[in-house]
Write a protein that binds this ligand. Structure first.
Ligand code: NDP
Ligand code: GDR
Length: 333
């Protein structure tokens, strides 16, 4: 039986990856930083809350990482923990640099200190492409990050590469494009939209305020993407991979799909709020997943329409549940 250790286990990807690995027969352990309120609703949603060994520690606390990795004795470490909301990275640049950037180095050092044979996955991001230097981004595209988050991810990305080349660690970076699900945080635009659609349909809300709806993203389903993450650690040699669908959509078009799913017209509800514009925007992202298809045999299975439909349905269920006052607070709403 293999053991995995996941940082960011309570996040969207941590939850889906845990479920995927449990189904593969793994023992799954996870780093859980102490918070004043419980953050395990995603694991509960997937029904795996009791199947994961959660170990108290924080990415910013290197001794705690060394201790937790020693305790978990993993074959594979997946570093998913981050301050992952791009918007907040302008409000909290130093925290973002510490958690999203330096945190990666802490994990790499903890692996070197405990067992350099452990395989390592780093959650890199398409945000590193930022002001895109090529119309379609692949592993060869030069980076130009546009936010403190993107800059911090780039640091982690190069550290991962450097530790692979300097210390011969089996260390991979997955350059993942946006991926969403019913477990997405409410601050991200897809979930903000699908939650609003559910509340508007239930008569609880009458408008949705958004920023730049002309931004273009390559959106996939998180449930598909965690398989690619796992596949990267099952190869003979470590490498970096772009994981994307290869289809681009505007925020505006995504809104249209979400509202249509509930029989509504987005133009009747969406209000543009300039205060939600970002200081430096990533206007367009479109990934080329050809290498992942060729080397990992991976490709995205879920269309944007299926994904957004699934999210609207889940939010309608949550809102219905809240109205009945049966599951308040337990489903991320
Ligand atoms: P989430 O924001 O849902 O999850 C982030 C996780 O990191 C949470 O479990 C959070 O715990 C944890 N965390 C934050 N700070 C610390 C800390 N100091 N110590 C330990 N854990 C901490 O992100 P996703 O699941 O969406 O993404 C996973 C990773 O992939 C992130 O690194 C993200 O930047 C990256 N990524 C995501 C993409 C996406 O589209 N989803 C695309 C590309 C990259 P808590 O909630 O308790 O703070
Ligand atoms: P992103 O995701 O910044 O791409 O980062 P987000 O959903 O926050 O924004 C996508 C695009 O939508 C525009 N937008 C809005 N965004 C939010 N959040 N709220 C709004 O009201 C709004 N209106 C318009 C944004 O300006 C942007 O262009 C995500 C995160 O998961 C990162 O951690 C990850 O690395 C990248 O995806 C790939």
């Amino acid at each position: 039986m293999k053991t995995a250790f996941i940082t960011g286990v309570s996040g969207q990807d941590g939850a889906y990856l845990s479920k995927f690995l449990l189904e593969k027969g793994y023992r799954v352990t996870g780093l859980l930083p102490r918070r004043s309120t419980t953050s395990l609703w995603r694991l509960a949603y997937l029904g795996i809350e009791d199947e994961i060994e959660l170990i108290d520690g924080d990415l910013l606390d290197l001794p705690s990482l060394i201790r937790t990795i020693k305790q978990a004795r993993p074959d594979e470490v997946y570093n998913l923990a981050a301050q992952s909301f791009v918007g907040t990275s302008w409000q909290q640049p130093i925290t973002t640099a510490k958690v999203t950037g330096m945190g990666v180095l802490h994990v790499l050092e903890a692996i070197r200190a405990t067992d350099p044979g452990i395989k390592f996955y780093q959650a890199s991001s398409s945000e590193m492409f930022g002001l895109v230097q090529q119309p379609i981004q692949s592993e060869e595209t030069p980076f130009y990050p546009r936010s403190p988050y993107g800059v911090s991810k780039l640091f982690g990305h190069w550290m991962t590469k450097n530790y692979r080349e300097s210390h011969q660690l089996y260390a991979c970076s997955g350059i993942l494009f946006n991926h969403e699900s019913p477990l997405r945080g409410l601050e991200f635009v897809t979930r903000k939209v699908t939650d609003a659609v559910a509340r508007i349909a239930a008569g609880q809300k009458h408008e949705l305020r958004l920023g730049n709806i002309d931004a273009v993203r390559d959106w996939g389903y998180a449930g598909d993407y965690v398989e690619a993450i796992w596949l990267m650690l099952q190869q003979t040699d470590p490498d970096d991979y772009v994981i994307a669908t290869g289809r681009s959509t505007t925020v505006r078009e995504m809104c249209k799909v979400a509202f249509n799913h509930a029989g509504l017209n987005y133009e009747d509800y969406v209000v543009i709020d300039p205060t939600l514009y970002r200081p430096a925007e990533v206007d367009i992202l479109l990934g080329n997943p050809a290498k992942a298809k060729e080397k990992l045999g991976w490709e995205a299975k879920t269309t944007l329409e299926q994904l957004i439909g699934m999210m609207v349905e889940a939010d309608m269920k949550r809102v219905g549940c809240e109205v009945a006052n049966k599951c308040k607070g337990s489903l991320g709403s």
